[in-house]
Design a protein around this ligand. Structure first.
Ligand code: CUA
Length: 344
């Protein structure tokens, strides 16, 4: 029976919640860490309790419909209306009792899960990552390691990670479905959740609180590495940029006012993502496109096409360069693409 449930419940769940796929980069049915797994199991409890209620209530309804149906649907002398009474006190008390019992069955694992995600496991020191949400990208800071990155973070497999979330502007919500979550980013508040990956891989995440016109494009990726690989990643990210000779276009468009490229004089902006090792990332524009020269060029050419209303377009292209008649040529774009791709 258990095996049957294990094999078929995702299918049943998917049929009922049509439109969701079973696996995939952002499927909660494909849990890969202790917090996500507990949330998945809690979902199953709720799911099966709901199925039971549906089956019992629906079954009784169907039974009554068939059994007591008058021929032709008409009340007649042979099929009179049943006695119209106040009800059955014993039955009503029974229904109330069963309801309370079912709420209890759902509530106990739910409350346990909330407390579980808010209590660091003992025995292993958690890695701390400070997450800041911006319209519309993510900053990841590792205060103990001196690493700062944008939209893509790395974590070690099998070690709890303490994600402290805060927002630079409006409400956002941090969610990596296969690892667990979510946690809202509330202005002025330091909230946190711990997550852990069981195995190496790429975990995709998404902002899940409506935060403006490009909310749907506020994605992220978390890569889980074996500990030795993670240490290598940290060493790479700590280093200054491999290429500190920024091209002319980088200065022409004053990229360094908003972006940091450590090692490049004047490139210390904090408005946009840190680009020191942008070439080492797998995606651009907060996870919406894979990191390729073509996509990067498309992004630089007109960021508003990919992420409407973003700051680079609004405050840079539209508010600064357009009034000054500074135009971006194809050669400028190629220079920037080549430079950014080189920042491994
Ligand atoms: Cu940030 Cu939605």
């Amino acid at each position: 029976m258990n095996r049957w449930i294990k094999n078929w419940q995702p299918l049943l769940a998917a049929l009922l919640v049509s439109g969701c796929s079973l696996s995939g980069p952002q499927s909660t049915l494909d849990a890969d860490g202790p917090v996500a797994r507990l949330q998945y199991e809690t979902f199953l409890v709720t799911f099966w309790v709901s199925v039971a209620i549906f089956a019992v209530v629906g079954g009784m309804f169907l039974y009554a419909l068939v059994k007591f149906r008058a021929p032709g649907g008409e009340v007649s002398r042979d099929y009179p209306l049943p006695d119209q009474g106040h009800g059955n006190p014993l039955l009503e008390i029974g229904v109330i009792f069963v309801s309370i019992l079912l709420i209890g069955i759902v509530a106990v694992p739910t409350v346990y899960g909330v407390l579980y995600a808010g209590t660091l496991p003992e025995g292993q020191k958690a890695l701390r990552i400070n997450v800041t949400g911006y319209q519309w990208w993510w900053k990841f800071e590792y205060p103990e390691l001196g690493v700062v990155t944008g939209n893509e973070a790395a974590i070690p497999v099998g070690r709890p990670v303490e994600f402290h979330v805060q927002t630079a502007d409006v409400l956002h919500s941090f969610w990596i479905p296969r690892l667990g979550g979510k946690m809202d980013l509330t202005p002025g508040q330091d909230d946190w959740i711990w997550l852990q990956a069981d195995k190496p891989g790429n975990y995709w995440g998404q902002c899940t609180e409506f935060c403006g016109e490009s909310h749907a494009f506020m994605r992220m990726r978390v890569q889980a590495f074996e500990p030795e690989e993670f240490d290598k990643w940290v060493a790479g990210q700590k280093a200054v940029a491999v290429n500190t000779q920024a091209p002319a276009a980088f200065n022409k468009f004053q990229c360094g006012v908003c972006h940091t490229v450590r090692g490049v004089p004047g490139a210390a902006g904090l408005v946009g993502p840190d680009l020191t090792h942008v070439g080492s990332r797998s995606s651009i524009a907060a996870g919406i496109k894979d990191m390729t020269a073509g996509n990067l060029k498309e992004w630089i050419h007109n960021p508003n096409d990919l992420k409407p209303g973003n700051t680079m377009y609004k405050a840079g292209y539209k508010a600064m360069f357009e009034p000054m008649h500074i135009e971006m040529t194809g050669a400028d774009e190629d220079q920037l693409v080549e430079y950014l791709m080189s920042l491994k």
